[in-house]
Design a protein around this ligand. Structure first.
Ligand code: ADP
Length: 615
């Protein structure tokens, strides 16, 4: 093997070549090798070549000519020698007569470069296939340096439309302000920064993007080079979260009692109203049981009815009760909902309860009022019946008594009457008769005793109350109850319950008469709404008298005029008692007022009551 023999003036270079780890050749202008260095000989030996020249590229002679022709250094394509990759450099020397050829071993760097290329391609592929937007930005201005194709899908912009523009331009103005105020550079200093912003879509609407950004710094100087972001659309999630938050606020703020509890009865949540009403310092009390919040009977109802029904159908509702910290019962109307987990088994229940104490009290008041009215009605009826019966029965009864006593006298006279047994019977008749007389006497005095409790009464209000009271009944017959009230009605002094009783009687009669004349409202009957109306009106009559008229579209008054209607036991109804109008008239007269009836010009009747205005 020939060591590198320097062609004349390049002697110092030859010495350097001697120590180079890469092969170096000195060649003539025709390409023939004049000398080579030990590295060339060594490499040729390693790869099993006969001569170091065989390391040179196949087009070596061509390269030599070109290098000399252009008189400049030429770096040429790589060649493979065994497992090595060599990169060749041709350097003209000797004033255009010779060429130095350097073969650099680039095996490792070429392998690294190839790996890098593959990895880059892989990353690009990932970025381009990703449904998230992957983007690069210059620090500070947030100018897009690159955006992946997902930008088109999520924001409507082609990546090239974004490059060169600042990401901040797409922020919702509020989010941009928040971003600028928060000084996110602080966060970027630390590396990764996650934030959710509204970005403007090309169409003009905003989408929520959650971006994870990371800074890239120069490893030596620490200078901030660029920011890489991965952004995904989270609109649906953000909107769902907001809706949930809003709902949670409503649940917390509602005046109804809301609780969540597990199937074992452990309460996991009580809203503010529930905590306040029940006096529970929850959430401090972590092991609260629903059973502790309800009276035993109510909780038993929940276990027996509510939970099984909710499990089957999702929901149960009913009336139960809660109990507060002082042990007071709070009646509630309650709804229980069952909530299924992932595997369809019920994992918790929720309940919404409304305090119905006031409704209960109102119902009780109403019931008491009704009971009172019925009671008074019964008293009045009894009174009326008593005076009627007394009138009709007193004289015959007295005659029976006299007759019976006479018979007894005669039986005991001379000669004694026969059939002494008759005496016993007659005595019993007398006994019974005087007892009947006693009963009648008692009833009569009782009827006389019933006193009025007079107080100032607003008749407009009584009319309104009675209409409300009768409306369900009217609705059943497709009737309308209408009020035409005079605004300035003086009060009257009256027993309110009795006046209500009179009005109720007139209203019921008017409805019955209308149904009789116009049909029940169910079959083929009049559907002319104006004919299915009962009108209650109030008026001030001359002489300080207040009146209420009840006008209907019934069959009107009988040909004989209205007076028979006010007599006791006058009725045209199969189940009628014929007492209502006569009692009503007595009530009105006892109040110093009146009750009368007239035919209505257009058909039907008008019943009117009047009372003197209170002084
Ligand atoms: P009852 O309703 O039990 O029959 P009332 O004394 O209240 O007793 O009525 C007596 C009768 O007067 C009724 O049977 C009916 O024939 C007649 N009457 C009552 N109100 C009206 C009315 N608005 N229109 C026509 N007839 C009426």
């Amino acid at each position: 093997m020939t060591a590198l023999r320097p062609p004349g003036p390049a002697a110092p270079f030859a010495r350097l070549a001697e120590h180079l780890p890469d092969p170096v050749f000195a060649c003539n202008s025709d390409g023939s090798v004049l000398a080579y260095n030990p590295a060339a000989a060594g490499l040729a030996g390693t790869v099993g070549l006969d001569a170091p020249e065989q390391l040179l590229p196949a087009r070596h002679v061509e390269y030599v000519h070109e290098c000399l022709y252009h008189d400049e250094i030429a770096e040429l394509a790589d060649t493979r020698v065994g497992p090595f990759t060599l990169c060749w450099t041709y350097v003209p020397s000797g004033g255009g007569t010779a060429v130095h050829v350097l073969g650099r071993d680039v095996t490792d760097s070429r392998r690294t470069e190839a790996a890098l290329r593959i990895s880059e391609a892989r990353h690009r592929l990932l970025a381009e296939q990703s449904t998230d937007i992957i983007s690069r930005h210059s620090p500070g201005t947030w100018t897009f340096l690159y955006a992946s194709p997902a930008a088109q899908t999520l924001l409507g912009y082609a990546p090239e439309e974004l490059v060169g523009r600042s990401s901040l331009d797409f922020f919702h103005p509020e989010d941009r302000r928040a971003y600028q105020e928060r000084g996110p550079s602080v966060a970027y200093e630390r590396g990764i920064y996650v934030a959710t912003y509204r970005y403007r879509h090309k169409d003009g609407h905003y989408v929520y993007l959650e971006s994870t950004s990371r800074t890239l710094r120069d490893p030596v100087s620490g200078e901030l080079l660029e920011i890489i972001s991965v952004s995904r659309e989270v609109s649906r999630r953000v909107l769902a979260e907001r809706a949930t938050k809003r709902l949670a606020r409503i649940v917390e703020a509602t005046t109804d009692l809301v609780a969540f509890f597990e199937p074992n009865g452990r309460v996991t949540y009580l809203n503010e109203a529930a905590r306040r009403v029940l006096g529970i310092p929850y959430p401090e009390n972590k092991c609260l049981k629903l059973a502790e919040l309800m009276p035993a009977a109510a909780y038993a109802q929940i276990e027996r009815e509510a939970l099984p029904t909710a499990r089957l159908g999702g929901v149960w509702s009913g009336e139960t009760a809660f109990v507060d910290a002082m042990g007071r019962e709070i009646p509630v109307s309650q709804v229980v909902l069952a909530h299924a987990g992932e595997h369809d088994e019920i994992d918790y229940f929720s309940t919404i309860a409304r305090d119905i104490s006031e409704r209960r009290q109102a119902e009780e008041r109403e019931q008491r009022h009704q009971a009172e009215m019925t009671h008074v009605a019964r008293l009045i009826t009894m009174g009326e019946m008593a005076s009627g019966l007394a009138h009709e029965l007193n004289q015959p009864l007295a005659a029976i008594v006299n007759y019976a006593r006479g018979a007894i006298r005669r039986i005991h006279g001379e000669p004694p009457a026969e059939l002494p047994v008759l005496a016993g019977v007659l005595e019993r008749i007398a006994e019974q008769a005087s007892r009947a007389g006693e009963i009648i006497k008692r009833l009569r005095s009782f009827a006389r005793k019933s006193e009025f409790r007079r107080a100032p009464v607003d008749l407009n209000k009584v009319v309104g109350d009675m209409i409300r009271f009768c409306r369900p009944e009217a609705r059943r017959h497709a009737l309308e109850l209408r009020a035409e009230l005079t605004g300035t009605l003086p009060a009257v002094l009256a027993d309110r319950v009795q006046i209500e009783q009179v009005l109720l009687n007139l209203l019921r009669n008017a409805m019955e008469a209308t149904v009789q004349a116009q049909g029940s409202g169910h079959g083929p009957s009049t559907h002319d709404a104006s004919l299915r109306t009962v009108t209650l009106s109030s008026a001030c009559l001359p002489g300080g008298v207040v009146a209420v008229h009840v006008a209907d579209h019934g069959h009107g008054l009988p040909p004989g005029g209205p007076e028979p209607l006010f007599e006791q036991f006058y009725t045209t109804k199969p189940k009628g008692l014929g007492l209502g109008l006569s009692i009503s008239r007595s009530i009105m007269e006892a109040h110093g007022g009146a009750l009368w009836a007239e035919n209505r010009p257009g058909g039907g009747a008008v019943f009117s009551l009047s009372l003197p205005a209170a002084p």
